[in-house]
Design a protein. Structure first.
Length: 408
């Protein structure tokens, strides 16, 4: 789907969609619980549907209607399962150790860029605790498809925290399922710790006992308990609208939890500071990688040169997000330079419009739609349908708050 956006500032009320990060975690926890849970305020994004289907394959019963899922936790563990993670890195990395803890012979498959994303922290550590991996296309250098077998045993799990916090979350889901207590030792700086904080908050709601230690986490053994609740609004999705406001739109943003532990909540303060001064900024985004594409749009309108640093991991997301934002913004009049782990953005004050690719990446597509509000000429986004991954009705919402969008 190719969309032509005519530049126009936005106004109106937006209820932010539910947090994809929280929803993944609540669905998985409910499926592992001993009983029935009810989760409300769910959105049928592609990633969330992938997690639901995978939990069904592992033996959970999920009745999903409207924005509500009634989930009966796994009572009968299957001998074998095929888990199609689609393009969801969270689904893959959360569920590999879960399948191992349950003792299921599971084959993991995926699409898009997912087969290229690394799982080395698991392949290094889980075999020390009874798991086995078989890479079905090892000669291609891809992670997927792969199969896991064996049953995970308790103990001390050492994980490099620099690749992704998703590996820590996967262990936090799986270790309570083992018959003895375990500990996670993080052998380096933990990237994106706020996402682990979300995991711990969700698991505690489901009755898990997790204690943060000096170098990791202590996890008590014990079956999760059912819990019912609503998924809170997503600060990473709200970021598009906060930046639009910082660039002159007037959007009333609702549906957020002011006490949330989501790391992306910092977008509120970043935009408030920007409006006051328009000064360039230097941000370490190692804990808030999902904000980088939209922050690079914001930086184009500063009174100087901004730097976004410690973001090397963005080169192995749905696309190379650093290269993608450099190309997209430069095509429409920006001045962006990408390095191994940084973006440098010179403020230009205005963008001219043109044609860009979404690179099959939902955050690129939505960031460019916000950039279009400050272009001098129309902006065409090729492949805009990729927003289905996290915010399927983004462009419907965009239109309702005054955006002029036409499919071409």
């Amino acid at each position: 789907m190719d969309l032509k956006i005519t530049p126009k500032k936005l106004s109106g009320k937006v209820t932010v969609p539910p947090s994809k990060s929280v929803a993944h975690r609540m669905i998985i926890a409910a499926a592992l619980a001993n009983g029935t849970s009810k989760i409300t305020n769910l959105s049928p994004s592609a990633d969330i549907l992938a997690t639901m289907e995978c939990m069904r394959a592992l033996g959970a019963k999920i009745d999903y209607k409207g924005d509500t899922a009634v989930i009966e936790g796994i009572t009968k563990i299957p001998d074998k399962a095929v888990l199609d993670c689609r393009e969801s890195g969270s689904t893959l990395r959360f569920l590999i150790p879960v399948a191992c803890a349950l003792g299921i012979n599971a084959e993991f498959i995926g699409s898009g860029k997912l087969p290229e994303r690394p799982i080395k922290p698991f392949t290094d550590e889980l075999p020390k605790h009874g798991a086995a991996f078989d890479f079905l296309k090892a000669e291609s250098g891809c992670t997927l498809p792969c199969s896991v077998s064996g049953k995970l045993t308790a103990g001390r799990f050492e994980i490099d925290g620099r690749v992704s916090s998703q590996f820590i979350t996967g262990l936090l889901f799986s270790l309570p399922l083992i018959d003895s207590d375990s500990e996670i030792v993080i052998t380096s700086h933990l990237q994106s710790k706020p996402y682990v904080d979300i995991t711990i908050e969700v698991l505690r709601n489901f009755g898990c006992e997790i204690t943060e230690t000096a170098n990791g986490y202590a996890v008590k053994s014990g079956r999760l308990k059912p819990f019912s609740g609503a998924v809170e609004g997503d600060y990473s999705q709200s970021a598009f609208f906060y930046v639009a406001n910082a660039l002159g739109s007037l959007i009333d943003i609702g549906g957020l939890n002011e006490n949330s532990v989501q790391g992306d909540k910092v977008i509120v303060g970043i935009c408030e500071n920007f409006v006051k001064s328009r000064e360039p900024f230097e941000l370490d985004c190692s804990d808030i990688p999902d904000l980088v594409p939209i922050l690079s749009v914001l930086a184009c309108f500063s009174k100087g040169t901004s730097r976004i640093v410690n973001v090397a991991r963005l080169r192995i997301k749905e696309c190379d997000r650093l290269a993608a934002m450099e190309e997209c913004l430069n095509v429409i009049g920006g001045k962006v330079t990408s390095g191994t782990d940084y973006l440098e953005i010179e403020g230009v004050g205005a963008l001219k419009g043109g044609e860009v690719s979404a690179f099959n990446d939902h955050r690129i597509a939505m960031s460019m739609a916000i950039a279009a509000t400050r272009c001098e000429n129309p902006l065409v986004i090729h492949g805009a349908e990729c927003v289905r991954k996290s915010f399927p009705n983004f462009f419907e919402v965009y239109k309702k708050i005054g955006g002029e969008v036409a499919e071409i």
